[in-house]
Design a protein. Sequence first.
Lengths: 229, 229
Amino acid sequence: MESRCENCIVRQFNALRAMNKEELKKVSDSKVYRKIKKGETIFEEGEKLDGVFCVRDGVSKLSKLSANGKDQIVKLASKGEVIGQRTVIAEESTNLSAVAVSDMEVCFIPKEVISNTLNTNPNFAVEVLRHMAHDLKEADDVIVNMSQKTVKQRMAEAFLYLKKNYGEDEAGFLNLTLSREDYANVVGTATESCIRIISEFKKKGFIKTSGKQIGVADERKLQDLVEGF
Amino acid sequence: MESRCENCIVRQFNALRAMNKEELKKVSDSKVYRKIKKGETIFEEGEKLDGVFCVRDGVSKLSKLSANGKDQIVKLASKGEVIGQRTVIAEESTNLSAVAVSDMEVCFIPKEVISNTLNTNPNFAVEVLRHMAHDLKEADDVIVNMSQKTVKQRMAEAFLYLKKNYGEDEAGFLNLTLSREDYANVVGTATESCIRIISEFKKKGFIKTSGKQIGVADERKLQDLVEGF
DNA sequence: GTTAAAACATGATAATTATCAGGTTTTGTT
DNA sequence: AACAAAACCTGATAATTATCATGTTTTAAC
């Protein structure tokens, strides 16, 4: 279901809200709406991007492949977030791949429109800057977590993060379902270790599972674990 | 030795080069020059910053303390870099502490001057954005390294990084001398493990040491190690 | 210059995590 | 429905890394 950016709610969550009517019109006229199926690749590490992707619905993982064939998920991007901004601004090839972890709807916005607006509308530039500053802070936090927390703590944190950011259904299962491998790649561990910890958490009553679905069963206990008790 | 920003070479390395004469004059008139001794703290995690620090000389570590009392160094900032930008832009308290790892000279620039310029000069905003985009990419790389490389590989990388970015003296020792503890905190490991690896690298002829000083002895071998051979 | 504190160093051991090997279950395709 | 592929799971083991204990050297303060 396509529509005009001017009326798009998603825009309120990202820097595009700092655009004026004219600028928004240009974006709307040049944007390309696209559906992306779960598992499909939006772009791959090393590619040059001709624009950015504004996420209207669904979730994408941004990850980087290493020499030994492992994938580290650096960030999950969802409704309202803009993917590829960093790359377009720095005028480089992407350092990350973007793959849909659920069915997605995105709008592709050509880079010219973005950079023109950046160069002429300081409000927009500052707004983008704020978002990037936020991303940078989050990245710093991830670095610290990676080096100072155990795999168990990071797993616990991942469940709490998903609950907080994507919510849960009526039955108490997380709305965003990730494969065990994806969990492992978020947390930075081996898939087997990840599965083992899921089993352990389940046995201890911290989480509940049903097939691929996972739900937080004892938020407090998970929180305690994260904090080192 | 104080001077005018207009004539400051350091400015060429950071976003301040996108300022026009008037703006630069304002910065120069409001800036406060300050010497900082090795080991001295510039600001601490959680503080509110009234401005940014432009590094004229020396190196600062930006780190975050964790619950268990360990410090993770997220970034080393040196000549030309601006510290505290992220915080000032996001209008939050800092998520990191800044401590000098060598004697430093910095210029404090009040945040009003920065934000006024951001709001009126798109060139400056875009330039800041570019620098932030670069920092974000580096942070992503660190995340991936943390999760996918061994401590040994990260140590090897640290030596190569220091050689590349700070150079070495006539005797072949790194210009920037870090304590073993700082190395451990950059790499994200225990100080004892760090020391052990230094001993091992020395024994194998990858590096050489003399007191606290460390020099790269076999760049190729270190590089091979980083790449997993 | 003495002395206390900090930094450096190494061994022994324990804890964490990865890897390999073998299963079962689920999913998607013909 | 049958089949192959992918995802999930568990055990055994090995590798990595942290921790504790203890001693030495260097640095800084008086």
